[in-house]
Structures are given as structure tokens and as C-alpha cells.
Write a protein that binds this ligand. Sequence first.
Ligand SMILES: C[S@@+](CC[C@H](N)C(=O)[O-])C[C@H]1O[C@@H](n2cnc3c(N)ncnc32)[C@H](O)[C@@H]1O
Length: 441
Amino acid sequence: MSTKRYIVNVEAAIYRGDQWLIVKRSQQEEHAPGTLALVGGKVEIESAKDDVLEETLRREVMEEVGVEVDVVDYLESKAFAADDGRIVVDIVFLCRYKGGETRCVDKHEVAEVHWATARDTAGNLKAPGYLKQAIARAEEKRLARMGDAIQSCPKETGLSSSSFTSGNIVIKETSIDDLSNVMKLWNDGEVMKFAGNIFDNDAFFEKYSKLRKREHNYNGLVEQPAIKALLPGLQGKTVLDLGCGYGSNCIDFANRGAAGVVGIDISNKMLGVAREENSHELIEYKQMDMSKIGCLTQKFDLVFSSLAFHYVNDFGKLLRDIRCLLNENGILLFSQEHPYTTAPKCGPSWTKDAQGRKIHYNLSDYMCSGIRHAKFFADSDDVVEKYHRPFSEIVNSIISHGFFINNVVEPVPGEYALEKRPDYYDEFHKTTSIIIKATKA
Ligand SMILES: C[S@@+](CC[C@H](N)C(=O)[O-])C[C@H]1O[C@@H](n2cnc3c(N)ncnc32)[C@H](O)[C@@H]1O
């Protein structure tokens, strides 16, 4: 019987959208110091147990780069001799990023962490051949799984797969380049997610800017008239605008006589436009994540937000912070994507007839609160991360966090809007946004 012993090593090809997590090994590592590699480590077994490879991998990934992963599939294996001559059996798994901030947790093991596409990795002169091969295989597997996921979507939405191709009903992704064209949705986690704030991604920002500069867009024709109709008198009042974007609402509040306006946004690019196009002596723009507004010291008469709350994970905390920042009888007025819009985990969102007219919206996953990854524009791969909460959860959170609800509006286009954009008739099937006005109790 052979007495040979092997080191068993596991590695994770981790994907987040179409990007792969690659580390630069620390110079202090015994094996291959300073090289680009996948995350992983030796399997050390102290007692009999199941899933040792998967468990080791999840632990190593967390300990090295601070992220949680799902081990989704076996990828490849190889044997090689380590620098000290010992034989290593290396097993690579396909893993899906689940959560956590990517960082070098242990500088002795990992010097740098990067997210890179398979294409970038293939073209990276510093990437070793075995890494390129692993990523190429992993990308192939990811794309194959994505194809399977798309095929399985109709079943999940209760539609037969023949609905895609036969009869006069054709299910397609939405295609109007508009905010109301919300979005081709794929299985959670199977899509590209921009690492950081998507509004600071150059390509996304450019597309978004074009959309908003269109003369007749959803915001201008439908959402803005409805939310502005609920504004209280602002003469001499102080206003906080959360997710202020270009600052067009902030300037409007200043023009309505507000005594002071603070606009906060997480995006540097959006604030760049705000400062350039909508500056005013009474407006202060701050770059800040709205989940951190608890550190603001000023008080406000109105906390306003237009189409940004669905980007926030912890709605309860946001409401608590807002309540603290409001003066007595202060008002919270916000719009966000309608829960019907945020609900589906996978698309296509609309069922269309043979002429491409929308017949009905494909609502699914409505009662499943949580994260969603969705394409913002049908013709690009940019994916936004947002949070779905059913209507009852939104309303009950507002009430339980110490507010009276004054108004709930599901805005639809008026005559003028329909004249300019007849395609907005779809809003009568399913409205894109919801608007809520509440008063501090
Ligand atoms: C759809 S845009 C709306 C912008 C603006 N309210 C308007 O109506 O024109 C959403 C905005 O929310 C901002 N945003 C997203 N998540 C945020 C967060 N956690 N904190 C602050 N701003 C955020 C984005 O950067 C973006 O400017």
C-alpha cells in the first residue's frame, strides 16, 4: 500500500456578475509569493465530518478577503509539486459572491484584491496561465448556468416555456429606454453588479444622463408632478433631500422659499452635476450614504426623497434616523419604485402580444422581501442592486417608526403625459413608482 501523502488544497473561482475575484498573494506566502491567484487554502481535517472541501473554502474566503460565498459547482482539479517538493492536489470550485465588503483581511496572505472580468484576466500579462485557464473555464460554466437560469425563469413565474416562442404571445424583455422600462431581471446573483455605487460608473452615468435629459421622460411627466403636488408650503422651512442626484429638487425647494436645503447623495458624479447646474447659496450638497444620516446634527421640517429609497437595505433604520432629524410635525415625503416593480427576481417583466404591445406585467416573488439585481437599461449589462419590500412592509414600517401616513399615491400619466408619451399607457397596467407622505407623530 502506498504511504504517499498529499496536501489537499481548495480554491474558489468567485464571481459577482461577470467579474471574478482575484488576489495578489502576499510576498510572505510560502507558495508563489506575489502572484495573482484565486482565493483558497489547505484542507485541515481534525475529525470526521461532511462537506469538508466546501466548508474549508467558505472559511478561507471569509478569512482572506472578507466575503461570503455560495459554493455552487465543482470546476476542475490538478496536481502539482509545491516549492518544497510536496505534492498538492488542488480542487477548484465555482463560487457565487453572496455578500460582504471585499478587502484584504490578512495582509500576511493577501496583498491586493481585485474584481476583473474573464476578458481582462485573459489579457493580463501578469496572470499565470493556470489562473487564466481556471477563470476561462469558470466563465464558461457561469454563462452555461446563466443560460439554464433564464430557461428556468418561465417556470418560476408560472408561465410555460412555450410562451416564449409560440402563439401570438411573445415574452420579451422590456425595451423602452426609460425609467418606466424597469428592467430585464435575472436570477438573483446571476448578473453583473457594479462594485460600489452604480451612479458613479462612467457608462451607466452617461446612459442615465441621456435618459434624464430626454425632453419627455418618466420623472418629468409622471413622478414629479405627483410628488410635487404633495409638497407642504416651504417658505422659511428647512429641507433634507436624500439621494438628491442632480439637485433639481433642491433648487426647486430653494426657489419655493426654503430657508435652507441639504442635498445628500452617495454619487460623486451626480453631485458633480448638482454643484455645477443647481447650486444656490441656500443649498449644501454633501456626499454621503443615506444609511449614515444618523450623524447629521441639523434638524429639518421636510425630509424628501425621489426614487432612491429602494436602494437602501435597512428601511427601518432609515426611518428611525429620519424621524430623529425631523422637527415636531415634520414631514417625510418620498417616492420609490413601486413594490410591483421591485418584486420579480427574474424576468422578463412583461408579456407582450405579437405586435410588441404589453399585455400584462409578470408579477412574481412579491412577498419575498430582500435584495434584487436588475438591469436598469435593456441594452446594457449594468445591473443595479436594490431592495424589495411588499407594500404592507413599507406602510407598517412607516407606522411603527412613529409616523402618521397622510397620503399614498400610485401615480399614472395625465392627458398631457399620454399625448407626449402614448407608451406610458402601460402605467395603467402597473405603475412604476409609489409616493408616500407621512407626518412625524
Ligand atoms: C434614480 S436617482 C434619483 C435622483 C434624484 N432624487 C432625482 O429625482 O432626480 C437615485 C439617486 O439615489 C442615489 N443613491 C442611491 N443609493 C444611495 C444611498 N445609499 N445614499 C445616498 N444616495 C443614494 C444615487 O446616487 C442617485 O443619485
